[in-house]
Design a binder for this molecule. Structure first.
Ligand code: AHG
Ligand code: MN
Ligand code: MN
Length: 346
């Protein structure tokens, strides 16, 4: 019997499909000899739910799952059917694996205690971000944060397990259901992006070690409410225009953030008269994206302090958010710190 060594095939005939998310997660786990594999399983559970939500999103115009659900959530916002569906899908996926003890979701008023005190992790999630864009076929997303509980495994969960600042996240990520579907995540060792290959049903590594440009020329803000911006912020927007920056605002945070991460830019959701503390939620929107931003060399602040250092005081608390390329965030801060009060001339 002859044995011949394997020589890789000609890639011009059959291109390599690359590294699957599963394999990547496994490889990363092997880098930590004492890792138990639970976080890896948790990430896989999230990826599975993301595939299901991707399927639902893609047929939203066909199946009767578009439009309002007929209920408002604790934020006073009208829930869309897909908000509710995504919440069920992710909650179910996180329940099945056994790694999670509690979930904080935008769509649930209270903390969901999974009655699984042996679970090590707490997850905060925005199951469907940008849901006002569902019915008009524009990119939407999912955002998640993962924390290790601080009270002993085996004991009932406590508030301190939930109310952790963003700097305690062990992993965070987002899924973008866009022109292609991507999952981007970090465990604190850089950021990696995976693109979903629909026909194979797998996420493949497409954006290894993502780094945000230090600067850029995109600013993303809802200028429709600019009459209540602080003077400093108005001055910054005038400055962006004087530099001929491009205004780009999708109205889905994940999509706006992702574009700016790749191209260089700043996303701002400031305090306004209608939303004096900003609109975005600290626990399941700002923290995850701030962690990813920092890991990619970008920045995130509420205008005064680093997002990741904010000590949460309530579950659905909101925060102003200035996030994106480092030098643009610095520049914005230099304007807003000069004149910061929200204008009353609405
Ligand atoms: P969600 O759909 O999860 O409630 O989030 C909507 C958020 C965010 O995605 C987006 O950037 C922002 O709301 C848009 O708000 P405005 O319409 O006030 O600009
Ligand atoms: Mn959201
Ligand atoms: Mn949402």
């Amino acid at each position: 019997m002859k044995i011949k060594p394997y020589i890789p095939n000609d890639t011009s005939l059959a291109y390599s499909v690359g590294v699957t998310l599963d394999r990547f997660i496994k490889k990363k786990q092997d880098d930590f000899p004492f890792a138990s594999g639970e976080l890896s399983q948790l990430l896989r559970d999230i990826a599975l739910a993301a595939k299901i939500v991707n399927r639902e999103t893609n047929r939203a115009g066909l199946a009767n799952i578009g439009g309002a659900f007929g209920h408002t959530n604790v934020q006073g916002e009208e829930q869309q059917k897909l908000d509710v569906i995504a919440n069920i899908r992710f909650t179910r996926a996180l329940t099945k694996g056994g790694e999670v003890c509690a979930i904080v979701s935008e769509e649930d008023d209270e903390v969901i205690d999974l009655q699984n005190s042996s679970g090590k992790y707490v997850v905060a999630i925005d199951p469907l971000d940008g849901s006002s864009n569902i019915d008009v076929n524009i990119s939407i997303g999912t955002i998640f944060s993962i924390y290790r509980r601080v009270t002993p495994v085996g004991s009932p969960i406590q508030l301190e397990d939930i109310m952790q600042p963003g700097n305690q996240q062990v992993a965070a990520g987002y899924v973008l259901y866009g022109s292609s579907t991507m999952l981007v995540y970090t465990t604190g060792c850089g950021v990696n992006g995976f693109t979903y290959e629909q026909s194979l049903g797998e996420f493949f590594l497409s954006h290894p070690d993502m780094k945000a440009p230090l600067s850029g020329n995109i600013y993303s803000i809802n200028e429709g409410v600019s009459n209540t911006f602080s003077q400093g912020l108005s001055d910054y927007i005038t400055y962006c225009k004087s530099k001929n920056y491009s205004a780009r605002y999708i109205g889905s945070l994940v999509a706006d953030f992702h574009r700016n991460l790749l191209k260089g830019g700043i996303y701002i959701y400031p305090e306004t008269k209608k939303n004096p503390k900003g609109k975005l939620r600290l626990l399941y929107e700002a923290n995850a994206l701030a962690f990813i931003a920092e890991q990619a060399g970008a920045d995130a602040t509420d205008g005064i302090q680093r997002i990741l250092d904010i000590q949460p005081t309530s579950l659905h608390q909101r925060t102003p958010l200035y996030i994106g390329s480092k030098s643009m965030v610095d520049e914005a801060l230099s304007f807003i710190s000069k004149k910061s009060s929200v204008q009353e001339n609405h």
